[in-house]
Design a protein around this ligand. Structure first.
Ligand SMILES: NC(=O)C1=CN([C@@H]2O[C@H](COP(=O)(O)OP(=O)(O)OC[C@H]3O[C@@H](n4cnc5c(N)ncnc54)[C@H](OP(=O)(O)O)[C@@H]3O)[C@@H](O)[C@H]2O)C=CC1
Ligand SMILES: O=C(CO)COP(=O)(O)O
Length: 320
Protein backbone atom coordinates (compact mmCIF):
# COMPACT_ATOMS: atom_id res chain seq x y z
CA UNK A 1 0.00 0.00 0.00
CA UNK A 2 1.78 3.10 -1.27
CA UNK A 3 3.72 3.26 -4.54
CA UNK A 4 6.31 5.81 -3.54
CA UNK A 5 10.00 4.95 -3.64
CA UNK A 6 9.84 2.60 -0.66
CA UNK A 7 6.60 0.80 -1.50
CA UNK A 8 7.81 0.25 -5.06
CA UNK A 9 11.21 -1.02 -3.90
CA UNK A 10 9.62 -3.42 -1.42
CA UNK A 11 7.27 -4.71 -4.12
CA UNK A 12 10.27 -5.22 -6.39
CA UNK A 13 12.40 -7.16 -3.90
CA UNK A 14 9.45 -9.33 -2.83
CA UNK A 15 8.42 -10.04 -6.42
CA UNK A 16 11.95 -10.79 -7.62
CA UNK A 17 11.41 -14.55 -7.15
CA UNK A 18 8.03 -14.45 -8.93
CA UNK A 19 5.89 -13.96 -5.81
CA UNK A 20 2.74 -12.12 -6.97
CA UNK A 21 2.55 -8.64 -5.42
CA UNK A 22 -0.23 -6.06 -5.75
CA UNK A 23 1.13 -2.51 -5.63
CA UNK A 24 -1.51 0.03 -4.61
CA UNK A 25 -1.23 3.72 -5.51
CA UNK A 26 -3.96 6.29 -4.99
CA UNK A 27 -3.26 7.87 -8.39
CA UNK A 28 -4.85 5.83 -11.23
CA UNK A 29 -2.63 7.60 -13.78
CA UNK A 30 0.52 6.38 -11.99
CA UNK A 31 -0.98 2.87 -11.79
CA UNK A 32 -1.56 2.90 -15.55
CA UNK A 33 1.98 4.11 -16.19
CA UNK A 34 3.56 1.46 -13.97
CA UNK A 35 1.47 -1.25 -15.64
CA UNK A 36 2.39 -0.06 -19.13
CA UNK A 37 6.07 0.82 -18.64
CA UNK A 38 7.04 -1.58 -15.80
CA UNK A 39 8.65 1.45 -14.14
CA UNK A 40 7.65 4.01 -11.54
CA UNK A 41 8.91 7.14 -13.30
CA UNK A 42 7.82 9.47 -10.49
CA UNK A 43 9.31 7.78 -7.42
CA UNK A 44 11.78 5.06 -8.46
CA UNK A 45 12.73 5.70 -12.08
CA UNK A 46 15.87 3.54 -12.11
CA UNK A 47 14.21 0.16 -11.43
CA UNK A 48 12.85 -2.13 -14.15
CA UNK A 49 9.91 -3.64 -12.30
CA UNK A 50 9.12 -7.35 -12.15
CA UNK A 51 6.21 -8.75 -14.18
CA UNK A 52 4.97 -10.30 -10.92
CA UNK A 53 4.00 -6.81 -9.67
CA UNK A 54 0.41 -5.92 -10.53
CA UNK A 55 -0.38 -2.27 -9.77
CA UNK A 56 -3.87 -1.22 -8.71
CA UNK A 57 -5.70 1.90 -7.56
CA UNK A 58 -8.42 -0.15 -5.85
CA UNK A 59 -7.90 -1.03 -2.18
CA UNK A 60 -10.52 -3.78 -2.49
CA UNK A 61 -7.94 -5.67 -4.58
CA UNK A 62 -5.94 -6.15 -1.37
CA UNK A 63 -8.76 -7.91 0.49
CA UNK A 64 -7.43 -11.36 -0.45
CA UNK A 65 -3.78 -10.54 0.28
CA UNK A 66 -1.75 -12.88 2.47
CA UNK A 67 -0.28 -9.77 4.12
CA UNK A 68 -0.26 -6.01 3.48
CA UNK A 69 2.84 -3.83 3.70
CA UNK A 70 1.76 -0.30 4.59
CA UNK A 71 4.14 2.22 3.00
CA UNK A 72 2.33 5.55 2.82
CA UNK A 73 3.70 8.70 4.46
CA UNK A 74 3.17 8.39 8.22
CA UNK A 75 0.60 11.18 8.43
CA UNK A 76 -1.50 9.55 5.68
CA UNK A 77 -1.50 6.10 7.25
CA UNK A 78 -4.66 6.32 9.35
CA UNK A 79 -6.74 7.67 6.47
CA UNK A 80 -5.59 4.99 4.06
CA UNK A 81 -5.98 2.16 6.59
CA UNK A 82 -9.52 3.33 7.17
CA UNK A 83 -10.29 2.62 3.51
CA UNK A 84 -8.61 -0.81 3.49
CA UNK A 85 -11.09 -3.72 3.79
CA UNK A 86 -11.13 -5.22 7.31
CA UNK A 87 -9.93 -8.66 6.22
CA UNK A 88 -7.80 -9.55 9.25
CA UNK A 89 -4.60 -10.09 7.28
CA UNK A 90 -1.26 -9.15 8.93
CA UNK A 91 -0.22 -5.53 8.42
CA UNK A 92 3.50 -4.76 8.17
CA UNK A 93 4.07 -1.05 8.78
CA UNK A 94 7.05 0.28 6.82
CA UNK A 95 6.55 4.03 7.29
CA UNK A 96 8.59 6.10 9.73
CA UNK A 97 6.91 8.73 11.85
CA UNK A 98 4.69 9.63 14.78
CA UNK A 99 1.07 10.67 14.20
CA UNK A 100 0.57 14.43 14.56
CA UNK A 101 -2.09 15.44 17.05
CA UNK A 102 -2.32 12.12 18.86
CA UNK A 103 1.49 11.64 19.27
CA UNK A 104 0.80 7.92 18.70
CA UNK A 105 3.24 5.49 17.19
CA UNK A 106 1.98 3.97 13.95
CA UNK A 107 1.38 0.49 15.37
CA UNK A 108 -1.11 2.06 17.77
CA UNK A 109 -2.80 3.85 14.88
CA UNK A 110 -3.02 0.60 12.90
CA UNK A 111 -4.36 -1.31 15.91
CA UNK A 112 -7.14 1.26 16.29
CA UNK A 113 -8.07 1.10 12.62
CA UNK A 114 -7.70 -2.70 12.18
CA UNK A 115 -8.26 -4.30 15.59
CA UNK A 116 -8.54 -7.76 13.99
CA UNK A 117 -5.16 -7.71 12.24
CA UNK A 118 -1.78 -8.85 13.56
CA UNK A 119 0.58 -5.87 13.32
CA UNK A 120 4.32 -5.78 12.65
CA UNK A 121 6.86 -3.06 11.93
CA UNK A 122 9.61 -3.25 9.32
CA UNK A 123 12.37 -0.68 9.80
CA UNK A 124 16.08 -0.28 9.25
CA UNK A 125 18.79 1.22 7.02
CA UNK A 126 17.08 0.81 3.65
CA UNK A 127 17.56 3.28 0.83
CA UNK A 128 14.82 2.30 -1.61
CA UNK A 129 16.96 2.39 -4.76
CA UNK A 130 19.48 -0.03 -3.22
CA UNK A 131 16.78 -2.48 -2.11
CA UNK A 132 15.21 -2.35 -5.56
CA UNK A 133 18.61 -3.04 -7.11
CA UNK A 134 18.92 -6.21 -5.02
CA UNK A 135 21.78 -4.91 -2.88
CA UNK A 136 22.16 -6.65 0.52
CA UNK A 137 19.97 -5.08 3.19
CA UNK A 138 19.14 -6.03 6.79
CA UNK A 139 16.03 -4.83 8.64
CA UNK A 140 14.29 -5.19 11.97
CA UNK A 141 10.92 -6.98 11.75
CA UNK A 142 9.13 -6.38 15.04
CA UNK A 143 5.80 -7.62 16.38
CA UNK A 144 4.67 -7.84 19.99
CA UNK A 145 4.13 -11.57 19.50
CA UNK A 146 7.18 -13.53 18.35
CA UNK A 147 4.80 -16.03 16.73
CA UNK A 148 3.66 -13.21 14.44
CA UNK A 149 7.09 -11.74 13.71
CA UNK A 150 8.89 -15.03 13.06
CA UNK A 151 6.62 -16.39 10.27
CA UNK A 152 6.36 -12.93 8.64
CA UNK A 153 10.16 -12.62 8.64
CA UNK A 154 10.48 -16.04 7.01
CA UNK A 155 7.84 -15.07 4.43
CA UNK A 156 9.52 -11.80 3.38
CA UNK A 157 13.16 -12.85 3.56
CA UNK A 158 14.88 -12.87 0.19
CA UNK A 159 18.50 -13.53 -0.83
CA UNK A 160 19.22 -9.77 -0.56
CA UNK A 161 16.75 -8.94 2.26
CA UNK A 162 17.54 -10.24 5.72
CA UNK A 163 15.02 -9.51 8.49
CA UNK A 164 16.02 -9.74 12.15
CA UNK A 165 13.08 -10.59 14.42
CA UNK A 166 12.24 -8.44 17.44
CA UNK A 167 9.34 -8.13 19.87
CA UNK A 168 10.14 -4.46 20.58
CA UNK A 169 7.63 -2.70 18.33
CA UNK A 170 7.99 0.70 20.01
CA UNK A 171 11.77 0.51 19.77
CA UNK A 172 11.71 -0.32 16.06
CA UNK A 173 9.34 2.56 15.37
CA UNK A 174 11.00 5.19 17.52
CA UNK A 175 14.43 4.61 15.97
CA UNK A 176 13.05 5.15 12.47
CA UNK A 177 11.01 8.20 13.40
CA UNK A 178 13.70 10.01 15.41
CA UNK A 179 16.56 9.32 12.99
CA UNK A 180 14.74 11.28 10.29
CA UNK A 181 14.86 14.41 12.46
CA UNK A 182 18.52 13.81 13.28
CA UNK A 183 19.31 13.30 9.58
CA UNK A 184 18.01 16.82 8.96
CA UNK A 185 20.38 18.07 11.67
CA UNK A 186 23.33 16.31 10.00
CA UNK A 187 22.38 17.84 6.68
CA UNK A 188 22.40 21.26 8.35
CA UNK A 189 25.95 20.56 9.52
CA UNK A 190 26.96 19.98 5.91
CA UNK A 191 24.97 22.87 4.47
CA UNK A 192 26.38 25.30 7.03
CA UNK A 193 29.92 23.97 6.50
CA UNK A 194 30.42 22.97 10.14
CA UNK A 195 32.75 20.05 9.42
CA UNK A 196 32.91 16.33 10.07
CA UNK A 197 33.64 16.61 13.80
CA UNK A 198 30.32 18.37 14.20
CA UNK A 199 28.51 15.69 12.20
CA UNK A 200 29.94 12.94 14.42
CA UNK A 201 28.92 14.94 17.48
CA UNK A 202 25.36 15.29 16.19
CA UNK A 203 25.17 11.55 15.45
CA UNK A 204 26.46 10.60 18.92
CA UNK A 205 24.48 13.15 20.92
CA UNK A 206 21.48 12.60 18.66
CA UNK A 207 21.65 8.90 19.46
CA UNK A 208 21.64 9.81 23.17
CA UNK A 209 18.44 11.81 22.53
CA UNK A 210 16.88 8.93 20.62
CA UNK A 211 17.73 6.60 23.49
CA UNK A 212 16.37 8.94 26.18
CA UNK A 213 13.11 9.38 24.31
CA UNK A 214 12.87 5.71 23.39
CA UNK A 215 13.38 4.50 26.94
CA UNK A 216 10.75 6.97 28.16
CA UNK A 217 8.28 5.54 25.62
CA UNK A 218 8.95 1.90 26.52
CA UNK A 219 11.58 0.98 23.90
CA UNK A 220 14.47 -1.34 24.67
CA UNK A 221 18.02 0.05 24.51
CA UNK A 222 19.29 -2.84 22.38
CA UNK A 223 16.66 -2.14 19.71
CA UNK A 224 17.67 1.53 19.58
CA UNK A 225 21.30 0.43 19.15
CA UNK A 226 20.29 -1.96 16.36
CA UNK A 227 19.38 -1.75 12.68
CA UNK A 228 16.23 0.32 13.08
CA UNK A 229 17.89 2.87 15.38
CA UNK A 230 21.63 3.44 15.21
CA UNK A 231 21.92 1.55 11.91
CA UNK A 232 19.44 3.80 10.14
CA UNK A 233 20.82 6.89 11.88
CA UNK A 234 24.29 6.22 10.52
CA UNK A 235 22.92 5.63 7.00
CA UNK A 236 20.79 8.73 6.73
CA UNK A 237 23.16 11.04 8.60
CA UNK A 238 25.91 10.48 6.07
CA UNK A 239 24.36 10.50 2.60
CA UNK A 240 22.67 12.94 0.28
CA UNK A 241 20.59 9.96 -0.90
CA UNK A 242 18.56 10.74 2.23
CA UNK A 243 15.71 13.18 1.59
CA UNK A 244 15.88 14.30 5.21
CA UNK A 245 19.62 14.92 5.03
CA UNK A 246 19.19 16.86 1.76
CA UNK A 247 16.48 18.99 3.33
CA UNK A 248 18.90 19.75 6.14
CA UNK A 249 21.62 20.75 3.67
CA UNK A 250 19.26 23.38 2.27
CA UNK A 251 18.34 24.62 5.74
CA UNK A 252 22.03 24.82 6.65
CA UNK A 253 22.63 27.00 3.60
CA UNK A 254 20.00 29.37 4.93
CA UNK A 255 17.26 28.47 2.44
CA UNK A 256 13.75 28.86 3.92
CA UNK A 257 12.04 25.62 5.00
CA UNK A 258 8.80 26.63 3.31
CA UNK A 259 10.51 26.94 -0.09
CA UNK A 260 12.51 23.72 0.38
CA UNK A 261 9.38 21.75 1.30
CA UNK A 262 7.24 23.29 -1.44
CA UNK A 263 9.88 22.28 -4.00
CA UNK A 264 9.79 18.54 -3.31
CA UNK A 265 7.25 15.89 -4.30
CA UNK A 266 8.90 13.16 -2.22
CA UNK A 267 8.35 13.00 1.50
CA UNK A 268 10.96 14.14 4.06
CA UNK A 269 9.28 12.63 7.11
CA UNK A 270 11.57 14.38 9.58
CA UNK A 271 9.93 17.71 8.76
CA UNK A 272 6.58 16.30 9.93
CA UNK A 273 8.00 14.30 12.83
CA UNK A 274 10.06 17.15 14.33
CA UNK A 275 7.14 19.18 15.76
CA UNK A 276 5.38 16.03 16.99
CA UNK A 277 8.59 14.82 18.58
CA UNK A 278 9.02 18.19 20.25
CA UNK A 279 5.58 17.84 21.88
CA UNK A 280 6.01 14.15 22.66
CA UNK A 281 9.41 14.74 24.28
CA UNK A 282 7.97 17.57 26.37
CA UNK A 283 5.07 15.33 27.41
CA UNK A 284 7.55 12.61 28.43
CA UNK A 285 9.83 15.11 30.22
CA UNK A 286 12.75 14.30 27.89
CA UNK A 287 15.35 16.86 26.82
CA UNK A 288 16.08 16.70 23.05
CA UNK A 289 18.15 19.75 22.15
CA UNK A 290 19.19 18.60 18.66
CA UNK A 291 15.63 17.71 17.69
CA UNK A 292 14.52 21.00 19.20
CA UNK A 293 17.07 22.87 17.07
CA UNK A 294 15.69 21.17 13.93
CA UNK A 295 12.21 22.31 14.94
CA UNK A 296 13.39 25.89 15.27
CA UNK A 297 15.08 25.80 11.87
CA UNK A 298 11.96 24.37 10.24
CA UNK A 299 10.04 27.22 11.89
CA UNK A 300 12.31 29.76 10.17
CA UNK A 301 14.92 30.50 12.86
CA UNK A 302 18.35 31.77 11.81
CA UNK A 303 20.91 28.97 11.33
CA UNK A 304 23.76 30.77 13.09
CA UNK A 305 21.60 31.65 16.08
CA UNK A 306 20.32 28.08 16.43
CA UNK A 307 23.84 26.63 16.29
CA UNK A 308 25.14 29.14 18.80
CA UNK A 309 22.28 28.36 21.18
CA UNK A 310 23.05 24.62 20.95
CA UNK A 311 26.75 25.09 21.65
CA UNK A 312 26.29 27.52 24.54
CA UNK A 313 24.08 25.27 26.67
CA UNK A 314 25.44 24.52 30.15
CA UNK A 315 28.04 21.73 30.27
CA UNK A 316 26.79 18.33 31.38
CA UNK A 317 28.05 14.83 31.95
CA UNK A 318 28.21 12.60 28.92
CA UNK A 319 25.78 9.69 28.79
CA UNK A 320 22.12 9.17 28.18
N1 LIG B 1 12.46 5.91 0.45
C1 LIG B 1 13.10 5.16 1.33
O1 LIG B 1 14.26 4.82 1.08
C2 LIG B 1 12.43 4.73 2.58
C3 LIG B 1 11.25 5.29 3.04
N2 LIG B 1 10.68 4.86 4.20
C4 LIG B 1 9.43 5.41 4.70
O2 LIG B 1 8.36 4.97 3.87
C5 LIG B 1 7.31 5.95 3.86
C6 LIG B 1 6.99 6.29 2.41
O3 LIG B 1 8.17 6.85 1.86
P1 LIG B 1 8.51 6.85 0.32
O4 LIG B 1 7.88 5.72 -0.37
O5 LIG B 1 9.96 7.00 0.21
O6 LIG B 1 7.79 8.21 -0.10
P2 LIG B 1 7.74 8.91 -1.52
O7 LIG B 1 7.86 10.37 -1.30
O8 LIG B 1 8.67 8.25 -2.48
O9 LIG B 1 6.25 8.60 -2.01
C7 LIG B 1 5.16 8.97 -1.24
C8 LIG B 1 3.98 8.12 -1.65
O10 LIG B 1 2.91 8.32 -0.75
C9 LIG B 1 1.76 8.69 -1.49
N3 LIG B 1 0.94 9.58 -0.70
C10 LIG B 1 1.20 10.85 -0.34
N4 LIG B 1 0.18 11.32 0.40
C11 LIG B 1 -0.72 10.33 0.49
C12 LIG B 1 -2.00 10.23 1.09
N5 LIG B 1 -2.53 11.23 1.79
N6 LIG B 1 -2.66 9.07 0.96
C13 LIG B 1 -2.13 8.05 0.28
N7 LIG B 1 -0.94 8.08 -0.32
C14 LIG B 1 -0.25 9.22 -0.22
C15 LIG B 1 2.28 9.34 -2.75
O11 LIG B 1 1.29 9.28 -3.73
P3 LIG B 1 0.94 10.50 -4.71
O12 LIG B 1 1.95 10.44 -5.82
O13 LIG B 1 -0.44 10.19 -5.17
O14 LIG B 1 1.04 11.77 -3.91
C16 LIG B 1 3.48 8.42 -3.03
O15 LIG B 1 3.04 7.24 -3.63
C17 LIG B 1 7.84 7.15 4.68
O16 LIG B 1 7.32 7.06 5.97
C18 LIG B 1 9.35 6.94 4.68
O17 LIG B 1 9.97 7.48 5.84
C19 LIG B 1 11.25 3.88 4.93
C20 LIG B 1 12.41 3.28 4.54
C21 LIG B 1 13.09 3.66 3.33
O1 LIG C 1 14.56 5.84 5.83
C1 LIG C 1 15.34 5.84 4.92
C2 LIG C 1 16.45 4.89 4.81
O2 LIG C 1 16.41 3.92 5.80
C3 LIG C 1 15.22 6.84 3.85
O3 LIG C 1 15.67 8.04 4.33
P1 LIG C 1 15.09 9.41 3.78
O4 LIG C 1 13.60 9.35 4.01
O5 LIG C 1 15.78 10.47 4.55
O6 LIG C 1 15.42 9.44 2.32
Amino acid sequence: MGAGAWGTALAQVLAADGTPVRLWARDPALVATIAAERRNPVYLPTAALSEAIRPTADLDDLAEAEMVLVVTPAQAMRGVLRQLPQAGMPLILCSKGIEAGTMKLLHAVAAEEHPGSPIAVLSGPTFAHEVAAGLPTAVTLAAADRDVAGPLARRIKRPSLRPYVSTDVAGAEIGGAVKNVLAIACGVVEGAGLGQNARAAVIARGFAEMTRFGLARGARAETLAGLSGLGDLVLTCSSTSSRNYSLGVGLGRGEPATALLADRRTVAEGAFTAPVLHDAAAAAGVDMPVAEAVCRLLGGANVGAVIEALLSRPLREEGI
